[in-house]
Structures are given as C-alpha cells and as structure tokens.
Ligand binder design. Sequence first.
Ligand SMILES: [Zn+2]
Length: 343
Amino acid sequence: MKTFYSAAHLKHRPAQEFERGRLAPAVEVPERAECVRRRIEERKIGPLLEPSRFDDDIVLAVHDAGLVSFLGSAHARWRKHYGEDAPDAIPSAWPARGMSARLSGEIESQLGSYSFDTATPITRGTWDAARDAANVALSAAEAVAEGEGSAFALTRPPGHHASFDVFGGYCYLNNVAIAAEWLTKKGRSVAILDVDYHHGNGTQSIFYDRKDVLFISVHADPSFAFPHFLGFADENGQSTGEGFNLNLPLPRGTDWARYAEALGRALHRVRDFGPDVLLVSLGLDTFEDDPIAQFKLTRPDYLRMGEAIAGLKLPTIFNFEGGYDLNGLAEITVNVLEGFEGR
Ligand SMILES: [Zn+2]
C-alpha cells in the first residue's frame, strides 16, 4: 500500500492546549506521525511518497474563503499584535448565541469567529502543515482514482472536526472531506467511514445535505464526549442528504465486542450504498491506553478492524486522524493497514 507523507507536518508544533480547566502540554504533536512513518518503513508496508501540489480551488470547494485566508495569515497577524515572542494563538472570546455579533476583522475577533474550542492553537507553522496535509489526502485520492486498490494518507494535523468555516478539535482543514470532494468531481461516489473515538462533526456538517457522499461515524456518545454538540444517533442528514448520514454513538468503556457490532452495521450501510471509493477517517484514539479517550480496544483488535473493512472489497483510502498514546499508536495504526492487506 502506498503511503503519502509530507515532512511539512513537522512545522506544526503546538506547545499547549487549554482544556479541563487547565493549560496542558499539547497531545497532538509531531511524534504522532513520525512514529507511524517509522513503523510503516520497518514493516515494509509500501513506498513512502511525497504528495503532489494541488491548487487551492479544491480546498475552497470545501471551505469558506474567509477561513482559508484567515488560517494563512493568522499567526503573522497574531505576532504583529502580541509581539514576535508571543505564544501560540488560542482564542479567548467567541460570538456566542444571542449576541448580535459584529465581526471587526481584528485578530482576536477573527480567531474567535472561526474557531470552536481552546484545544487547537495556531502556531507559526500551522498553515504550511495543514495545507500540505490536504495535499497528502488529495494525492492518496488521486492514486486510488488512477487504479491503486488502496492508499494511506498520513495526514497531520488531522481534519475531521474542521467544518466549512470553523476550525477546532486539533483540525484546521478537513483533509478527508477535501479528498472526498475531489473524488466526486471526478465522477466517483464516495462513502466516508469515520472510526475516530470522537464524532466527525466537521465532515458530517460539510456533507449533511448531500446524497453523493455517505457519511458514517462510529464514536463515543457526544452526551459525554467531545465534540459534545453533534454526533447523536438521530442526525440522519437533511434535504437531499436525508438518509445519507449515519451516527453510531457508543458508551464509555466500549470494548471490541460492542465496537465490532457497530462497525458491522456501518459496513452493512456502506455495502448498501455501493460507493466507488471508501474513505476511512482513521482515528486511533479508541485504543485502551489513549490518554484522552475512554474506549477499550486492544492491539489485535485493530487487525480485526482492518480485516473487516477489507471485506467490503472496495478501493479504500485511509486518512490518519486522532490517536494520542505514543507507545501504542504506531503499532495499532499499522495493524489496521496490515489487517486490511491480510498480512
Ligand atoms: Zn479523536
């Protein structure tokens, strides 16, 4: 399986994130993608390839031009405002419901209006990393469109929490949505299966009124887990997209037996839909040792996950999303790929 990877992700090094009432060391760090890259090389999964450069048009087909322009200039403007030594940019005020918000265009105003949480700092290198992650996802899509049976997009930062005009949840541009949009423009029908511990609220919202892109997410119930406001079982899509969104929320402590049942339902729905290409938002924070999540999947379970997805016999692109246990992350990620390949 070809893996697409860009060293540009190394430029995105958030120092801290604000959550649970404290400023804590960031968990979405460069070592996440680096440890996976090393294991891919050790296990000889396939060639490691640089992404091609894709035009902004395809990014702008998914995201608001204002958000894209903001992300590209935000850190320079933040430094201009707070000084060259300023820490990473984290918002501290939002245009909340019930306020008649006026957007001044000033850096703090824009930072608040384009974000939804305090866990997603904008650093000096964030834009370069996020933009090349989109290229990584697009290059994997292009490889599969040209006939590869599968590909792995080692995208970092992740993308599935980013919506049309809002970033958050460690995500800036929605890599999997951009790849899906590119494939639909090539005439392919697409299903997106999101197996990250957290609901893919950004991806859902982008395709919520579309029937040419099926979105399915298996995740921790938002009644107790991030992103808290979306991902409930009764969100089915709207207008022409009604029936093309499927959420399968699961309780705290979910183990493989329970997870496999939900995954089976998800795969059944993909089979019914019959897409040309399957995109997997491959989050690995369902792992039992993940520091920010509460599921109980074990290392061999990820082999089973890969095997189950392979059972669909579809051209498949795996897009790297979350997963924060640096001791297990490389092994469980590659287990999914090896399970898929029947190794
Ligand atoms: Zn996650």
